[in-house]
Design a protein around this ligand. Structure first.
Ligand code: GLN
Length: 236
């Protein structure tokens, strides 16, 4: 079945281009009923508050939650990861609606603002094991979130050791500054929980299509287990 790409805002075209390189058609999703035509979904990066407002406007949240609940593979990159998280912290004002399903807490702007965007080599042994190639992957972090906590069913695929001396405001806000001084702090930047995949960075902005290929393999291995272990947001 085709792969859907939520196309409300953000880097959906780049995801579609990456899928095309792998010979797969990405279908733009803007309306709830369009989700019925796809077997899996990518939620791109962008700006999660704007994306949430647009999703609400198009009445997409119930259908997105149902999609996750059915155990269909969903990959959230950056703002998409925020969408999938059960809990998001670090909003400047108020909250925002989430799809949920991924048992983790994300900090929305952990790595700071646009000017603090950066690229780094991440170590991702799972990606190399499944897709071949180097154990490292070039992570493009743009106003990026980070995962602060994960539940027991979440597999950590990559973390990022924040270099000492490079303290983001969000870290010092979380812990006493003296505890951080000169020490390294790791945050989680890629996770998998059953059929849900989340990356805090943007693989669609690199030439390396291994994450897309990894996700496509997940879509062909849809299992029962994931659907029974997922509870989505809402109804609280
Ligand atoms: N931090 C951004 C947000 O809150 C996400 C940035 C991105 O997707 N590149 O939406």
């Amino acid at each position: 079945m085709a792969v859907g790409v939520l196309a409300l805002q953000g880097s959906f075209n780049e995801h579609i281009a990456a899928l095309r390189k792998l010979g797969v058609k990405g279908v733009e999703i803007r309306k709830p009923e369009q989700l019925e035509q796809v077997g899996s979904l990518i939620i791109p990066g962008g700006e999660s508050t704007t994306m949430a407002k647009l999703a609400e406007y198009h009445n997409l949240f119930p259908a997105l939650r149902e999609f996750v609940k059915l155990g269909k593979p969903v990959w959230g990159t950056c703002a998409g990861l925020i969408f999938l998280a059960n809990k998001a912290v670090g909003q400047k004002t108020g909250g925002q609606e989430l799809v949920g399903g991924l048992d983790c807490t994300v900090h929305r702007n952990f790595f700071g603002s646009q000017i603090q965007s950066f690229e780094t080599q991440l170590s991702v042994p799972e990606l190399a094991a499944k897709e071949g190639g180097p154990e490292t992957f070039r992570g493009v972090f743009i106003r990026a979130p980070a995962i602060l906590e994960v539940g027991p069913k979440v597999e950590v695929l990559a973390d990022y050791p924040v270099p000492s001396g490079k303290l983001f405001d969000s870290i010092s806000a979380l812990e006493a500054p003296q505890e951080n001084a000169g020490s390294e702090k790791k945050v989680i930047v890629a996770v998998k929980q059953g059929n849900l995949l989340g990356t805090a960075f943007h693989p669609e902005l690199t030439a390396d299509t291994r994450w897309h290929s990894y996700f496509l393999k997940m879509t062909s291995e849809v299992g029962e287990e994931a659907s029974s272990s997922i509870s989505v947001a809402g109804g609280e």
